[in-house]
Design a protein around this ligand. Structure first.
Ligand SMILES: NC(=O)C1=CN([C@@H]2O[C@H](COP(=O)(O)OP(=O)(O)OC[C@H]3O[C@@H](n4cnc5c(N)ncnc54)[C@H](O)[C@@H]3O)[C@@H](O)[C@H]2O)C=CC1
Ligand SMILES: O=C(O)C(=O)Cc1ccc(O)cc1
Length: 379
């Protein structure tokens, strides 16, 4: 590089640094304003996530960006990232407490992953929370005595037995709820064990979400919904979307959404392990989509084997979904072995048609994710 180029670049980079510093000041200003919004929402008990406001604001900024010759997706990416930051920050203010005369909440299994998250959210909303973990049963009677709600969040394999054996003497008006990943059996067990209000939840997220904004919580009604309506409002204030489902419908969906998917991810990892694949090499030769896929597979193995074993083994019927997958795999492999390229293309087209408009929609969505994956590269 000659001296003139170096000087020109230095000058321009200095100007860019200045603009970036102005951006930092603007970001500070925006975060402060959003914090004020958080305080107002907290006082009024409004949900931290306002989908209409968010969509309208993004649409406006995209329009304005277009007029200014800025890619609309750029401002959308920036604003979405900023909004995520704001949702995380809203935890600092806490949340409005919807039910002020509940008594205490007892979280059975509260030292665990999901139990800790819900303990945090309930405490941030002003509830008094007591933990009853595996070595605390000698305190059960006194903890349950003034409990307004008992929330069960122990490993799936012991959930129903624990409910049936240990949660039969709760106060009459106490709400009995759970967070188990399957719903039919736990809801049934809760209804049998307790004559008061019963409700089943399945948070469709792991403990590392940061904020509940935009996360989904499935609710399966058990008994006396009017007694726990406040809890649904409380969860909505945390930003989550409540999806109502019959326990059986939920569990049917989980056979594909969780059991089949986790099992195939497990086999994918098992295969890489048995093949003694070199992960460094895989990464070196990865397209962004493969990098993302590897991250999703690796992520499973960073979590609890018991949790995933329980999810996969919980429902007999999941075996059908998994067996069907194996059959389809075998048939597709046979097609490959006999070199039937035309049939492969024909089946590909059939599946593409079946995906319909979702295929291009998923392509657009994944493109944005892949660009983020690429942004994160450091070398
Ligand atoms: N971890 C996750 O990503 C999600 C978990 N869930 C559900 O949440 C529930 C709990 O899962 P995690 O928090 O991941 O499990 P975890 O293993 O982290 O926590 C379970 C807790 O239960 C305690 N425990 C075990 N036996 C007990 C007993 N007899 N009495 C009292 N406490 C006992 C354990 O000491 C532990 O603190 C499960 O039903 C799971 O399906 C639901 C959605 C996501
Ligand atoms: O974080 C992940 O990878 C998860 O898949 C979390 C998870 C685990 C179990 C559930 O029932 C729901 C969500």
């Amino acid at each position: 590089m000659n001296e003139k180029t170096t000087a020109e670049l230095e000058h321009l980079r200095g100007l860019i640094d200045g603009v970036d510093q102005q951006l930092l000041h603007l970001l500070r200003k925006r975060l402060d304003l959003v914090a004020q919004v958080g305080t107002v929402k907290h006082a009024a008990g409004l949900p931290i996530y306002a989908p209409q406001r968010e969509a309208a604001m993004l649409a406006k900024r995209r329009e304005e960006a277009k007029i200014m010759g800025i890619a609309p997706q750029l401002i959308e990416d920036i604003l979405r990232r900023l909004m995520r930051e704001s949702y995380l920050n809203e935890k600092d203010v806490g949340f409005k407490q919807i039910k002020t005369d509940l008594g205490s909440v007892v979280i059975v299994g509260g030292k665990g992953q999901l139990g800790s998250l819900f303990q945090q959210m309930l405490k941030l909303s002003g509830y008094q929370v007591n933990i009853l973990d595996k070595d605390d049963w000698q305190q059960a009677e006194s903890l349950f005595a003034d409990a307004g709600m008992v929330l069960v969040t122990v490993p799936i394999a012991i959930t129903c037995e624990l409910i049936r054996e240990k949660l039969t003497k709760l106060p009459k008006d106490c709400i009995l709820a759970d967070l188990t990943s399957i719903k039919t059996e736990p809801v049934k067990a809760m209804l049998e064990a307790h004559s008061g209000p019963v409700v089943g939840f399945h948070p469709m997220f792991g403990p590392d979400v940061g904020s509940l904004a935009k996360q989904v919580v499935v609710v399966c009604h058990g008994r006396s919904p009017e007694k726990y309506q406040w809890l649904l409002e409380q969860i909505a204030i945390w930003g989550a979307r409540i999806v109502e489902a019959e326990p059986e419908r939920h569990d049917n969906a989980m056979q594909l959404v969780q059991a089949m998917r986790h099992f195939s991810t497990f086999v994918y990892g098992l295969n890489l392990c048995k093949e003694e694949a070199d992960i460094e090499t895989l990464l070196q030769f990865s397209s962004p989509i493969y990098r993302l896929e590897l991250a999703m597979v690796g992520r499973l193995f960073a979590q609890s084997p018991e949790l995933y074993a329980d999810i996969i083994f919980a429902q007999q019927a999941s075996q059908h979904a998994i067996s069907d997958y194996l059959d389809n795999y075998r048939e597709a492999l046979a097609l490959l072995k006999r070199g039937d390229r035309n049939e492969f293309i024909k089946q590909f087209e059939t599946v593409a048609k079946w995906f319909g408009d979702f295929a291009p929609q998923f392509q657009r969505e994944s493109r944005i994710m892949l660009q983020s994956v690429n942004d994160m590269k450091t070398n």
